[in-house]
Design a binder for this molecule. Structure first.
Ligand code: IVH
Length: 671
């Protein structure tokens, strides 16, 4: 039962949010979906709204998740970026229409726009130039991400002649589904972090200290709202403002539609609820706006949202199906994970027949029983989730599920340690674990050994050819050749890809070792920070935990892993086989600045001086300390050195702001 006392519930929510944050960010192993996480934060925010005395500085509602808050400078929005009231039904839409009748009379036209699932962004143009890009933040104060946004190709950096003195454009930064999938493929290849969904990938790509990383990601932008304008035309209708923004070079929604009644709005919402997956970007609803700007002024706003707009949120995609069984799978570290075996059902465009149930407590909490009809949901992200049973349809003989006492593969006892959520197979030699560990080692994000997928690994283990990952490098190919399905060519190919894997970067090797809690992301951080496997093995727990992005749990787990003689022995055999223990292998950047020389002066907001100079050098350029006739450009931050600026003027060398610098880094051309 959830706690009903608000103070205790708030405390419980703090704990839950911290726990799920750790699973997501530190352990790379989320237990709940994004939507469920958002529900926890929303519940806490609502509790704090009703009981302001419960707001503390450390409350998760006071922080932006996933990234240090101090990464970017604060920006106070000229006019607050408000949120929107939400509806999920036609009746609520009608109620919104009725509320508006208190403020306006006569006909109302509505603009229906797709509600893009990305990040709200405010773009400020002064004198036609992009001068500032800011995130929504808490609506009043956001973060300055100008340098990053300036790298997004579809965001205009310079507006054409006749543009107003000042114009603020609001819209959504997002990543298309195809760009997201391509990014994850690329991340898998380079041993980088995999993103959970396009929104996450867009946020992660934008919140980068090094704008060059953002530049390498394919981000999109859609303008949906005109903010403050000085010296621009007068508009009567919202749809005119959007057309005008389109004319200035901003991407705008292709699917927006102006209609004359809420009934038509409802049709638009119904159409897009059905067809939400027909476009190459994620949408989570429809935004409905009053078109007439004078009516908008009369309607005004409440403390948090305009009265003239509302968000119609799509229902999460849910289906019911039969829970045929609950089984347990054994992972690479021995973790026994319960999963649902479902009568296959199509939810959110995907066929779902299996769904993880995470751990024993989750099954108990939901009281799932084989034979139940269950609700399956696919919200926002790709992991299908079993919400719970439909109790009215429960067969009378459905009995509660109990976690098996024995490993389904080796029959050793399963053990759940006190205070832990997970259950483990206690046998390190469990063939289930071996197969998982070896196939993980050979998988794409790790050593990428083509031809050594899970089925082959299982076969080789059954045949006694493999027992641990080091055996891969002394595989008896003569015996492999005799196995069914293998011939000279396939064996030669396998031998070739095993040989090639020896040179993989340290991050891949580390990730491949199946250290509990160590994900792709954290492996890459460690490889970059230590540079050699021996240094990681020798490092103390504190030293490991001191690496940014690595927490105590991961550090302790690494220490434990390398303290086991058995693991050490495997590592030594890998060394003897000639594997690369050194890293990192940073993919080299396009050499856009080869032969160019860029001087940096003053304080930049998005880079330290060293970082800016390193960004130039990493692209093949020179970053000398003084300006000469040969200098290509001078990047000028706040409080620049007078000599450099006057020399630049004297020699007629172009000066650049941060946005211009990002452009130069990305393209090698002056903006
Ligand atoms: S209008 C005051 N239009 O939805 C009106 N918002 O709470 C400002 N969103 O995170 C918003 N697509 O970024 C508007 N076509 C659209 C939108 C849209 C997505 C997002 C927005 C904000 C949330 C609204």
């Amino acid at each position: 039962m959830a706690e009903t006392d608000p103070a205790r519930r708030a405390e419980e929510l703090h704990r839950l949010i911290a726990y799920h944050n750790q699973r997501y960010f530190e352990l790379d192993d989320p237990e709940i979906t994004d939507a469920e996480f958002d529900e926890l934060v929303a519940e806490l925010a609502a509790t704090e709204r009703d009981h302001p005395e419960l707001v503390t500085e450390s409350s998760p509602t006071q922080n932006v998740w996933g990234a240090p808050v101090e990464l970017f400078a604060e920006v106070r929005h000229r006019t607050p970026m408000m949120s929107l009231d939400k509806t999920t039904t036609y009746d609520e839409l009608l109620a919104w229409g009725k509320r508006m009748e208190r403020y306006i009379s006569g006909d109302v036209a509505f603009d229906c726009e797709l509600k893009l699932d990305g990040l709200a962004m405010s773009l400020l143009y002064e004198g036609g130039r992009l001068s500032r890009a800011a995130t929504r933040g808490n609506g009043v104060v956001g973060e300055d991400v100008t340098a990053n946004v300036a790298t997004i190709a579809v965001v205009p950096k310079q507006l054409g002649p006749g543009s107003p003195e000042v114009v603020e454009v609001r819209g959504e930064i997002y990543m298309t589904v195809s760009a997201f999938e391509a990014l994850n493929r690329q991340q898998a290849e380079s041993g980088g972090r995999r993103f959970i969904n396009p929104r996450n990938a867009a946020a992660g790509s934008l919140r980068q200290k090094d704008a060059a990383v953002t530049a390498g990601r394919e981000l999109s932008f859609c303008a949906y709202q005109l903010g403050a304008v000085v010296g621009g035309p007068d508009f009567k209708y919202h749809h005119e403002t959007i057309e005008w923004l389109g004319g200035l070079g901003f991407p705008t929604s292709l699917y927006a539609k102006t209609v004359g009644s809420l009934e038509e709005v409802d049709h638009y919402c119904a159409y897009w609820t059905e067809n939400r997956h027909s476009v190459d970007f994620e949408i989570d609803g429809v935004v409905v706006k009053v078109d007439d700007l004078s009516q908008r002024r009369e309607l005004g706003a409440t403390s948090h949202a305009p009265r003239w707009a509302i968000a119609y949120k799509f229902p999460p995609e849910e289906k019911t199906t039969l829970l045929k069984d609950i089984m347990v799978s054994i992972g690479k570290s021995g973790k026994a994970t319960p999963f649902a075996v479902l009568e296959p059902v199509v939810v959110g465009g995907a066929n779902v027949s299996l769904a993880t149930l995470h751990n024993e407590d989750q099954v108990k909490l939901k009281d799932l029983r084989p034979g139940d009809t269950v609700v399956v949901r696919r919200a926002g992200d790709v992991i299908p989730e079993v919400r719970g049973p439909v109790l009215a349809l429960r067969p009378p003989d459905a009995s509660p599920w109990a976690f098996p006492a024995k490993c389904p593969i080796c029959a050793s006892p399963l053990q759940r340690l006190p205070g832990e959520a997970d259950t483990f197979c206690t046998n390190v030699d469990c063939p289930g674990q071996q197969v998982q560990r070896i196939s993980h080692f050979a998988s794409r994000g790790a050593m990428d050994i083509e031809g050594l997928g899970e089925r082959t690994v299982r076969l080789f283990c059954d045949e006694g050819l493999l027992a641990d990952v080091a055996d891969i490098y002394s595989l008896d190919f003569d015996r492999v050749r005799q196995l069914e399905g293998f011939a000279d060519i396939s064996v030669a190919n396998l031998a070739g890809s095993i040989q090639a894997s020896k040179a993989r970067p340290l991050a891949n090797l580390l990730f491949g070792l199946s250290v509990r809690h160590l994900g792709e992301n954290t492996s890459a951080l460690l490889a970059r920070s230590f540079g050699h496997l021996d240094r990681i093995m020798e490092a103390g727990e504190e030293e490991i935990a001191a690496v940014e992005g690595i927490g105590q749990v991961v550090a302790a787990s690494i220490k434990r892993f390398f303290s086991l003689p058995r693991n050490r022995e495997v590592v030594e055999r890998l060394r003897a086989a000639g594997l690369n223990f050194e890293g990192p292998s940073q993919p080299s950047l396009p050499q856009t600045l080869a032969g160019k020389s860029v001087v940096v002066t003053g304080t930049l907001e998005g880079w330290s001086r060293e970082e800016a100079e390193a960004a130039v050098k990493a692209r093949g350029g020179k970053a000398p300390g003084s300006v000469s006739k040969k200098t290509t450009a001078v990047v000028v931050g706040a409080d620049p050195g007078g000599a450099k600026v006057s020399k630049a003027a004297e020699f007629g060398i172009p000066t650049l702001d941060e946005a211009g610098f990002s452009h130069l880094l990305e393209t090698g051309d002056l903006p």
